[in-house]
Design a protein around this ligand. Sequence first.
Ligand SMILES: NC(=O)c1ccc[n+]([C@@H]2O[C@H](COP(=O)([O-])OP(=O)(O)OC[C@H]3O[C@@H](n4cnc5c(N)ncnc54)[C@H](OP(=O)(O)O)[C@@H]3O)[C@@H](O)[C@H]2O)c1
Length: 253
Amino acid sequence: MPTALITGASAGLGAEFARQLADRGADLVLVARSQDALDALAAELRARHRVAVEVIVADLAEEPGVARVVARIADAERPIDVLVNNAGFGLPLQFADNDIADEVRHLRVHVEAPMRLMHAALRVMRGRGGRIINVASVAGFISRSTYSACKAWLIGFSRWANDEYARDGVTVTALCPGFVHTTFHARMGLAAGQEGVPGMLWLDAPYVVRAGLRAAARGRSVVIPSLRYKAVVALSRLVPRAVTARVARRGRM
Ligand SMILES: NC(=O)c1ccc[n+]([C@@H]2O[C@H](COP(=O)([O-])OP(=O)(O)OC[C@H]3O[C@@H](n4cnc5c(N)ncnc54)[C@H](OP(=O)(O)O)[C@@H]3O)[C@@H](O)[C@H]2O)c1
């Protein structure tokens, strides 16, 4: 049975990755800070799918948390076949108004942790194969503060790594959704409907995760779920950066 390690598995897209991978028979390693939510999901998936589920409680903005997950991935006796770098959060203010400590935590969770987990994973996956999915965003194609910059890092790195490690049987895929119904916006303090985003632009987590798993199975380096968002990204390449930046000020995805 393949084993999948998913960060940010206590809610939203991460919990949905856990459900869909368990449904396909994968054993799981679930990572996040919320032990109760992870334990509840683990119990549900063990009972429903008869898969093995480990829980690692870890704050990926802190060194001990990242080190714990790296150590698990580096354990060649219990190899990880699928790594999903999904944990993330949004900051509520503009860059200069945010606390710099929050910005540093944001950078660590979105860039440093995925980089270190991929580094550990690739050392074990090279030669035996594996899949890495980096949950980026449509925001990575436009300009909006450090969130877009972090997601652009994930997209750029995935493009290179997918080519580089193909010869080792490893695929690296950046999953780039637009707005998805999860707890992401509520955690930023936005009530439902306050995001200023038209209803037709919202995607459901099961649809986004299915698109990510399908693209990874096909060895694609980047996937943008839905025609709507493919069109948004294509359009964003044609209009001046200042215009997309102005539009992007309205919402977070
Ligand atoms: N929702 C959207 O519209 C949208 C659009 C595009 C991309 N994304 C991306 O999708 C990914 C998943 O977000 P989501 O929408 O599913 O949000 P969510 O429902 O808020 O879930 C975020 C997950 O990340 C975990 N997390 C946050 N900070 C963490 C930390 N310091 N250490 C470890 N885990 C941490 C949370 O768990 P704990 O709190 O238990 O630690 C939770 O499991 C993120 O990378 C986000 O940027 C979201």
